[in-house]
Unconditional design. Structure first.
Length: 325
């Protein structure tokens, strides 16, 4: 084997070009595979850190918004009614599924889509929120889907965004709207929830009936405070509608904020699982790569030793390190 001295790396490259290394393609395959796993691991780790920072910020915001929701419930609450009963009672129902913008969120979107499929009827109209809803709902429920509202989520969920959604809701003719979203319970627990919102006409009818009646307001249902009914009943229609729109927007804001927090929490759990899987694949690839590399080195050494032995005429004089190199 005659190789000119061109430095240690170049000499080794010249050596491998003269004598083909057995299994060289295999070791390159595992080396490239290991490098790919390392890059993917770094990307997923970055996604986890960014999501964790957004998650911490959203937790603080949602605490403040939860404190105001109890007043909205007094304004919009109604006696419990199953979805089957609501479909029988109302002729036009607007469904507003709040989905995520990105994947790696577990079963958040699939649970909402499954619920829509189970409650689908001829009275259903869908106004969806989120990029993932735009990808799936038009294909699954094309007869009920109308349009989607997409937020890039580069800014925090705001009251202005909720009002924008309410303005879109007003473009439809409906008797009851249902916000379908995912409520945050814990970092590892998110559950689907709904807000049922009466139409302005139905809400106004209950308000007028309660303000004119001298009987006590039922304990369960809309506007449970009798003094609130009386005070609102004395206002003009525009003030009453502004009051109604304000609390509907608060309900929408709470729904999208809860869904945003649930998305971040679910993504953290999903990314943790991805990191665990990638780490296992990296370890396996590193093991196979090192094993293959050692086998190739051993094979090359045996070939060199055999060649040196043959050059000495098969004499069993052994090899001395000084003479070998």
């Amino acid at each position: 084997i005659n190789a000119e001295y061109m430095g240690p790396r170049k000499a080794y490259s010249r050596f491998t070009s003269v004598v083909a290394m057995p299994g060289g393609g295999k070791i390159r395959f595992w080396r490239d595979k290991l490098d790919g796993y390392k890059k993917f691991h770094q990307i997923v780790k970055t996604i986890k850190m960014v999501t964790l920072a957004k998650y911490r910020q959203t937790v603080v915001r949602i605490r403040t918004r939860d404190e105001t929701l109890r007043y909205t419930r007094k304004v919009l609450d109604a006696p419990d009614m199953t979805e089957e009963e609501a479909i029988k009672k109302f002729d036009k129902i607007l469904y507003i599924p709040v989905c995520t913008n990105r994947g790696s969120c577990g079963a958040l979107n699939s649970n909402i889509l499954r619920y829509l499929e189970e409650t689908a009827s001829s009275k259903m109209t869908i106004l969806s929120i989120g990029k993932k809803s735009l990808d799936s709902i038009p294909k699954i429920l094309p007869d009920h889907y109308t349009r989607s509202i997409v937020n890039d989520m580069k800014q925090a969920m705001s009251f202005q965004y909720a009002v924008f959604i309410v303005e879109h809701m007003k473009t439809f003719d409906w008797e009851r709207a249902q916000l379908i979203f995912t409520r945050y319970h814990a970092a590892s627990s998110q559950k689907m929830a709904v807000f049922n919102i009466p139409s302005w006409e139905n809400w106004k009818a209950v308000l007028d009936e309660g303000s004119m009646s001298e009987a006590k307001t039922p304990e369960e249902g809309q506007l449970q405070n009798l003094s609130m009914q009386t005070a609102l009943g004395e206002k003009d229609d525009q003030i009453q509608q502004d009051f109604y729109d304000f609390h509907v927007a608060l309900a929408v804001l709470n729904a999208v904020s809860e869904n945003e927090l649930s998305e971040y929490a679910a993504r953290i759990v999903a990314v943790e699982n991805q990191l665990a899987n990638i780490t296992g694949l990296m370890d396996e690839a590193a093991y196979v790569y090192n094993k293959t590399r050692k086998e190739l080195i051993t094979a090359e050494l045996l070939e060199i030793i055999g060649t040196m032995t043959a050059m000495q005429g098969g004499q069993s004089v052994g090899l001395k390190k000084a003479k070998f190199w």
